[in-house]
Design a protein around this ligand. Sequence first.
Ligand SMILES: [Zn+2]
Ligand SMILES: [Zn+2]
Ligand SMILES: [Zn+2]
Ligand SMILES: [Zn+2]
Length: 226
Amino acid sequence: MHIHLKLLFLIIYFITPSFSIDAQQSRTNFELSQKMNRAIELIEKEDYHTANTVFRNILATEKVLPTNLSYYFSLTLYHIEQYRNSHNFLEKYLNLTGKAGDFYDQSIQLQKLLENAFTDIKNCDLCDINGYQFMTCSVCKGNKNTIEDCSKCRSAGIISCQKCKAEGVVITIDSFGEHNYQTCDRCLGKGIHTCDLCEGEKQLNLVCNVCLGTGNQSSKVICTHH
Ligand SMILES: [Zn+2]
Ligand SMILES: [Zn+2]
Ligand SMILES: [Zn+2]
Ligand SMILES: [Zn+2]
């Protein structure tokens, strides 16, 4: 009787922890499949924006993701016109499943739709490579350049002469040890000369480093290509 009790204790002791892990795991699996089902329902209702929110929540909270999620998320992203992201998730799905995937045919169809979308974007001058409308650069206001104070002369337009150390004369010593004094040819004896960086303009005309000289910036507005 005593031995039986001990045995029972041992059985409970060793079974309990693994049982609780299983319970925890199946609870997360249950939550995940509930979220997945909700997202799929939303796709069926063509509410892609809400489906996107559900998928982003899954991606942020789950460590292990079902393979089919990549396809469903790609489809959702296509419909909310996030083509670049859609393409990435579709590639991921096809890489993972190959021709054996549940949605292989649908994936190939989606790939064609994405190709068409990318062609439209490429042929349009009004949007960037991701299909977002251009807007006038907020920094240079479309001028492509920005005017800045000259850093070399601190906007004075002139700098002191380096050749004569602002003395106006250049001293050389000949082979007899004689000092020869010559008027500095760089500053013509003035000790200062026009700044060679801004050429006396006091300001520099620089290529806008926000738009890289295009005058445009990407907006968050999806382009209609018209
Ligand atoms: Zn000089
Ligand atoms: Zn200058
Ligand atoms: Zn700019
Ligand atoms: Zn466009």
